[in-house]
Design a protein around this ligand. Sequence first.
Ligand code: SF4
Length: 445
Amino acid sequence: MQNNLKYFIYTFGCQMNKSDSERAAALLEKIGYIPASSEQEADLIIANMCSVRQSAVDRVLGFGKIFPGLKAKNPNLKIALTGCVLMEDFKKSDKLFDYVLPIKNLAQWLELLKEEKASQPIDRENADCSYLKMEPKYANKFSVLIPISNGCNNFCTYCAVPYTRGGLVCRDCKDILEEIEKAVKNGAKEIWLLGQNVNDYNCGRVSFAKLLEMINDLPGNFWIRFTSPHPKNFSDEMIAAIARCQKVTPYLSLPIQSGDNEMLKRMNRPYTVDGYKTLVQKIKKAFYSQRQGLEREVALTTDIIVGYPKETKNQFEETAKLMDNVKYDMAYIAQYSPRPGTVSARTPDNVSKVEKEQRWQHLTEILKRTALAKNKIFVDQVVEVLIDEQRETLILGKSRHFKTVKIKISKETAEKNFVGKFIKAKITKALPWGLEGTLVEYEDN
Ligand code: SF4
């Protein structure tokens, strides 16, 4: 089907949103749309957005400023809003959009897009992941995003996800395995399993640990990564599986959010700081006993919120202490912003912007120190890297520990295409946010 109309998708937010955009792109192409190289030449713009942080909402509203100008140039232009949307964020700007299309209703978009204007409620009713059956158009064929579930039942007090995506629904494990097998046959080297809370995955008798084992047993040379687990349901079965499955990379994102027990309680995060530290030790021990060489060192990242309502200086100091103690390889540190409709939004956002910024700076300094120390472990070692970028005589990629590795190559070598390939690099330098190395081995084209 060819309609000569062009589409452009803005994606804001996490890998789940990126993955949803891949399915939306596939649907649009199925009904005859072709990709536009920029929003300027589009007949349909999809803003696939994320209400999880105020900064993401501000970005969408910032882009929205150009929509009237684009419509003046192309009166047939239609603009649709989808994704993890809290409609309260768009109360004053809903006129920017011709369509509001819940992503979980992707199969109905075809009908809705025939209308001049259409809007369906984006709320937590009828949580669904049947839209994941639709084949995606992967933006990246060697690093593939595979959703395993949608939604979340946890209701952390600051988070909009349970309201935007609804409760947890899990994808059939057969569908997941089929999609992975096909992607690997088509050249995928890295599989990202996505879910708001992967360790709550459950499909009949298949737990997340079991799913990992089934994926690990699929033929092919590929890596398995997943995001994100919750510290609360991280079972011993899961610890054993991640350490035993050799395709699972020694890299784990384990969100702590705060290093203070009282704050964790107020955030509705049902674990304690000591419980978290014990879990980290168990995971480290499991990798140490099941793996060899550098694989024994598991790289650990986390998510932290600073300036949550009523977070005192002492409570913040507990988080700083925890960071010093755990020694993260990386951390995503967010300055708290209230999301409409969430529980925490009912409490005044009483930590000033200046204070939040200072707390953020303080944690970033700790992170810089621990990340550098962790990266030094790799100096003089040979690591495997999946190359995702090639610029003249420079290739860049991620190691199994999810470290960015920069490698200078000769002009002659640069004639080969390295993107999407595994190479081996000897690490020559450690930096806080990555590694530098030299090329020692690669597959020939
Ligand atoms: S676990 Fe908490 S932070 Fe993560 S998606 Fe669910 S409610 Fe949000």
